[in-house]
Design a protein around this ligand. Sequence first.
Ligand code: SF4
Length: 335
Amino acid sequence: MRDDVLQIENLSIHYDTPRGALKALRHVNLRVPRGKIVGVVGESGCGKSTLISAVIRLLAPNATITSGAIQFDGKDFLALSESAVRNLRGQDISMVFQDPMQTHNPVLTIGRQMTDIQYRNNTSKNEKRTRAIEMLALVGIPDPERRLAQYPHEFSGGMRQRIAIAMALMARPKLLIADEPTTALDATLEVQIIKRLHELQAEIGCSVLFISHHLGVIAELCQEVVVMYAGEVVEQGSVREVFHTPQHPYTKALLECDPAHIKKATRNLPTIPGEIPDLVNLPTGCAFTERCSHAFASCRVNRPAWTAVNAVTGVNAAQSEHYKLCHLDKLEGTV
Ligand code: SF4
């Protein structure tokens, strides 16, 4: 039986705009198993940011949850009081952002910021200081005791991101949400930080919801992947199955655009032709129809159903954790 730390069921969210309701998320189902890393991929506008805002319950004032439920660690997250959610944030749920300066306060030393973090139990300042030194050492900050007295601007960008990870994991959260944490870094630093994050996650045993547009990083770090398009989850399953035998044309197109899969030397990186649909005036059928090279008549009028994939992988449907949102029975070929 699955033990999920985060469970999102049928979540739909819209934003009130002058043009009408912008349907940012539609019928999203997503699970993060305890101790596992789940990646979320998709282009800009696919709903990743709204998903994160919902999970930390910091939605914009013009957002409305029109359907669904979020369970966190067995609790009905949407029914919790504001103060209960505030207590969970930073302790049981923590975050790492793309820009570490969003985490750091520029006028406080790193040591002060790390010892100000609230723990579940009454941990003394001295114990927090010891833990801060340990965490800085674990993320690879040399001479951590001395550097606790320094301010964020005295560290390089890569170091600041490592410190942000150390801070996010200080209180041993049950769920870490990492929002494009390596996107602003160069490739070498990215590899180092992903490796360190992986080691720390294994040591602490927390679950991670890892948002990235970088498929190589998702493949390296995550056990499961969720592919989003225009506010919907269009495919999800184990990284191995989804990346080796994608069953949604959008996933396949994303993989074909990944620099790691480009076979011919070219000056231009391939892209998926077209744009995501207008989320205020969505098409009736499949939202990917206008960009899909496999589209047929039914795709324009009928919304596809969420179905288990078994034909290609040979996995029994009852055991399959690989799902897709597409009318096609089978998408031929691997990437
Ligand atoms: Fe393409 Fe149709 Fe599948 Fe949508 S339902 S992804 S348009 S084949």
